[in-house]
Design a protein around this ligand. Structure first.
Ligand SMILES: Cc1cc2nc3c(=O)[nH]c(=O)nc-3n(C[C@H](O)[C@H](O)[C@H](O)COP(=O)(O)OP(=O)(O)OC[C@H]3O[C@@H](n4cnc5c(N)ncnc54)[C@H](O)[C@@H]3O)c2cc1C
Length: 457
């Protein structure tokens, strides 16, 4: 049993060390990105205009068209900041629009490159190898979600097979990195792919889940087979609530099939912003106790990326929201789930995915005080958002895995908008950190209504 006071003390030490290891070198292009994000965070109308613009960029025909869209959206802002006034004046002439279109296209492309590693798995190999050499593992995510036709779903499944082969093939020649390749349960695959069920079937609907599950299963089974042959890890992402139950049932049913009982290495995602996430964890742990599957199941704990969407959906249908509405409650529940997951090893391999220094430090500290080895905890970050934390975690000799989206800008738009929303949210940890909130405040326990006391699972 871990003592709450000792946990807070250890957590603060871990957090201070991680904060001290955050790289301080500033990339000038990133500084411009951050400035644009700051501006968007402080002005709701500007933020809405920019997001609508980012969303239409892939559909624009030429630079003139691009500039017209930009000035159209910016023109709706009632009190534009000076930089917006300059852009609007540029939109008055053909030459000005061309220059504005060029600058806007370059800006969006640059922003996307911050979050996306390459247009194809092959193009991403250089970055993946560099990360590995720096002591950072990766999980590749092929952009393109929520397919609408069978042909698109088939294409996505084929791209996944290609990604598994390409990455597993290349990873064989990477240098040894013991801290990334083994925990106390055994070896960890070098190649790791994250997939979305909504991209594997156009039929995933909350009102007819069985049809969607059957259709997705026909594409997921060959992927599991390929991952097993290639010695790769396959991770199933979690999306919004309307597909949550179908996705969870699908994964547990497939992994329970005789052919997958001894592999591949596989995993799923638990979302801590969902009020019923402790019950979901009960279901998963119950399944683990009876399924007869031998490899540990990797569980990636996240807070959840569809918070705004869940609130809007619930309001439209007159339902009560499935997500917490106070940020501190999500944070406290995340800590509670972290402790339960760490206590459930070795049936589960725990991956804590967060950019929040408190959430990450809490997992490291609890694991240590509960007698766990550092190698039995994986920390995960998103490319472009978690780069400094990734470097700090790797510098402490801990295992970190970076989620690396691969694909083109058109396919990546929904992903990009989610990341921008996250980065400009006033409640986000990264935003607070960037505002210079003191370390003691950043590392303080979440003051929500969810009981976060240690031992109160
Ligand atoms: C490697 C990796 C993989 C991921 N995979 C997935 C995935 O498969 N599925 C998925 O859904 N997400 C996924 N995410 C995204 C994740 O869910 C979070 O959106 C993101 O990490 C931000 O959370 P944080 O802990 O880093 O930051 P924090 O700033 O501490 O937390 C932000 C989060 O808090 C929650 N929140 C914000 N405002 C409120 C509020 N008012 N009330 C209650 N809660 C609030 C939201 O979940 C928001 O994303 C992944 C993240 C990482 C790092």
């Amino acid at each position: 049993m871990v003592d709450g006071t000792a946990l807070e003390r250890e957590l603060f030490d871990v957090g201070k060390r991680l904060a001290g290891a955050l790289p301080t070198t500033r990339n000038p292009l990133k500084a411009i990105d951050d400035k644009a994000m700051d501006l968007a965070s402080s002005d709701a109308e500007l933020k809405a205009a920019l997001f609508r613009f980012v969303d239409v960029v892939p559909a624009t025909r030429n630079l003139d068209d691009l500039a017209r869209h930009l000035t159209g959206f910016l023109g709706e802002i009632t009190e534009p900041p000076p930089s917006v006034g300059v852009a609007m004046r540029m939109g008055n002439s053909k030459a000005g629009r061309r220059a504005l279109g060029l600058a806007a296209a370059a800006g969006v492309k640059h922003m996307a490159q911050r979050f996306i590693v390459g247009e194809s798995p092959k193009a991403a190999l250089g970055d993946l190898k560099d990360l590995w050499k720096d002591g950072v593992a990766s999980s590749v995510d092929l952009l393109g979600e929520a397919t609408v036709t069978q042909a698109e779903a088939q294409r996505y499944a084929e791209r996944c097979v290609d990604a598994l082969d390409t990455i597993a093939g290349a990873a064989r020649s990477w240098p040894e990195r013991p801290q990334l390749e083994r925990d106390s349960v055994g070896p960890l695959p070098r190649a790791n792919l994250s997939v979305k069920v909504s991209a594997l079937t156009p039929l995933l609907r909350p009102d007819a889940p069985e049809r969607g599950k059957r259709d997705a299963a026909d594409r997921l089974r060959p992927l599991l087979r390929r991952a097993k042959e290639a010695g790769a890890h396959l991770h199933i992402d979690m999306e919004s609530m309307d597909s949550r139950d179908a996705v969870l049932e699908l994964i547990l049913e497939l992994l329970g099939e005789a052919e997958f009982r001894d592999g591949p290495s596989a995993g799923l995602v638990l979302q801590g912003y969902l009020r019923d996430s402790p019950q979901t964890l009960d279901t998963i742990l119950g399944w683990l106790a009876t399924s007869g599957r031998t490899p540990s199941l990797t569980i990636r704990l996240v807070k959840g990326a569809y918070w705004d969407h869940e609130l809007v959906q619930a309001a439209q249908h007159g339902w009560s929201a499935p997500v917490f509405d106070v940020k501190a409650d999500t944070d406290a529940n995340f800590e509670l789930l972290t402790r339960r997951l760490l206590d459930a090893r070795p049936a589960v391999r725990v991956a804590i995915a967060s950019h929040n220094l408190r959430s990450v430090s809490h997992a490291i500290a609890y694991n240590r005080l509960a007698g766990g080895d550092d190698s039995d905890l994986e920390l995960q970050v998103l490319r472009g958002l978690g780069d400094p934390l990734q470097a700090a975690i790797a510098a402490q000799g801990l295992r970190v895995r970076t989620y690396c989206p691969v694909g083109d800008l058109v396919a990546g738009m929904a992903y990009l908008v989610r990341r921008l929303l996250e980065n400009t949210s006033n409640e986000s940890f990264l935003h607070e950190q960037a505002r210079g909130v003191p370390l003691e405040v950043l590392l303080a326990p979440p003051a929500g209504t969810v009981h976060h006391r240690v031992g109160a699972a």
